[in-house]
Design a protein around this ligand. Structure first.
Ligand SMILES: [Zn+2]
Length: 422
């Protein structure tokens, strides 16, 4: 894991790219808050400007910026509008899997806020430097990747980076994971929560603490619950138990913390269908599929690559033989289908070749195709066999053509394995 200084420095480099992007889009930008002391943060919480004492501002990993656009008379006008700022938020999140924009939060929207989550890994973003579903056979790697191989099903192992609970580290993503798991147990009737469900906002407060203690009391039978969860402990294992039988929506919500509720709602059924149709049905196959799809789609946030596709112009290995093919057949679908030849082959496979070649954007916009193409590609490259061998490196080579984003894929794989007990 990288040190805090490295995290802070990467964060600021991304901020500089964001400001450049804003200028490109016609905004003027002025600087707002970056570093906050605990005293300042306590004031913000007191007067409602923030909801958490775990703010990334305390770690110099968040910045608030002010964006101005000229109005009709040419006067610069400050804007906080979510739709005005969405292109910047999307750009920010495409720069790194660790980046989050405050306009995408499930609850409290904070549009001028841009943050980085530490420990998420700083691999090149799949969406910003898109991966190719190239037809060229990648060399198969015989040695399985030992570092992510588990001896047997270990529920919850590797899900949390640090302790969650009373006076614990309470890292944001850890807290959200625990909140979502507690909600799953509440839904399954294992534990009664005061307000039915917790708000999965990653902020640790009394409600989350009470819910952990209620779980430890009623499910684990602890008369004096600690209110503390250690990475990989019995409490976490027990919290993960009902997951294997859960709906895809709950699983995706936990596997992909960056995904929005709307994206999960739109894509869960299609993913379930394509996984069933392609025998992605064992714990290992499911975990590997979720890891690759998660990385390729930025955890379901991008159904097509953000770059124009111009870089693929004239790429004969992708079948791009006609002028404009690069842009026309850029990466789309949850596994980034790329190039005329791949679009044609997928179109043929589903009996809609002419339609797919005429309207390639359907592969991103049609939710059924967007998910189906991921399962189709998985089957075509025979990735179930590699998943059975738990071979992350070989699967990544076949999906990506290289090893782009390997660390991010490994992180998502460990997460999926922890949730499924694979
Ligand atoms: Zn902020």
């Amino acid at each position: 894991m990288s040190s805090m200084i490295q995290e802070q420095s990467t964060f600021l480099l991304h901020v500089s790219e964001l400001i450049r992007k804003a200028a490109e889009l016609g905004f003027m930008t002025s600087g707002g808050e970056l570093f906050r002391t605990p005293e300042q943060q306590a004031l913000h919480v007191k007067n409602g400007r923030s909801t958490t004492m775990n703010s990334q501002h305390l770690k110099r990993l968040a910045v608030d910026l002010n964006f101005f656009k000229p109005d009709a008379s040419g006067e610069p006008r400050l804007t906080y509008g979510i739709e005005d700022l969405r292109p910047l938020g999307t750009y920010w999140e495409s720069l790194d899997p660790a980046n989050r924009w405050g306009g995408n939060w499930n609850t409290f929207k904070d549009t001028p806020h841009f943050e980085r989550r530490e420990g998420v890994g700083a691999g090149a973003s799949p969406a910003a430097s898109p991966l190719q579903a190239s037809d060229v056979a990648a060399p198969s790697v015989a040695t399985a990747d030992a570092s992510v191989r588990s001896a047997g099903p270990v529920l919850g192992q590797g899900l949390l980076l640090a302790q969650v609970g009373f006076r614990a580290a309470n890292k944001r993503d850890d807290v959200e994971s625990v909140q979502r798991l507690l909600n799953v147990s509440a839904k399954a009737g294992r534990v009664q929560l005061a307000e039915g469900q917790l708000k999965p906002d990653g902020a640790f407060g009394n409600k989350t603490l009470d819910a952990i203690m209620a779980f430890q009391r009623s499910v684990l039978g602890e008369p004096t619950p600690s209110g503390l969860i250690q990475p990989g402990d019995a409490c976490l294992r027990s919290l993960c138990e009902p997951l294997a039988d859960l709906g895809m929506g709950e699983l995706l919500g936990l596997a992909y913390l960056a995904a929005g509720d709307e994206q999960i709602a739109a894509l869960a059924a299609g993913l379930q269908q394509t996984m069933a149709a392609r025998q992605i049905d064992t714990l290992l196959r499911r975990a590997h599929f979720l890891a690759q799809v998660g990385c390729e789609s930025g955890e379901l946030r991008f159904t097509q690559e953000i770059a124009s596709g111009q870089a693929y112009e004239g790429r004969r290995d992708l079948g791009n033989t006609q002028a404009g093919d690069g842009v026309r057949f850029k990466g789309r679908g949850l596994i980034q289908l790329t190039g005329r030849a791949n679009y044609a082959e997928y179109g043929r496979a589903i009996g809609r070749e002419a339609e797919i070649l005429a309207q390639p954007e359907l592969v991103a916009s049609d939710k059924a195709l967007c998910t189906d193409v991921a399962g189709w590609y998985w089957a075509k490259r025979e990735l179930n066999a590699l998943a059975d061998r738990d071979d992350l490196t070989a699967i990544t080579r076949r999906v990506n053509g290289g090893l782009n984003g390997l660390e991010e894929r490994r992180r998502l794989l460990l997460r999926a394995k922890a949730l499924l007990g694979a």
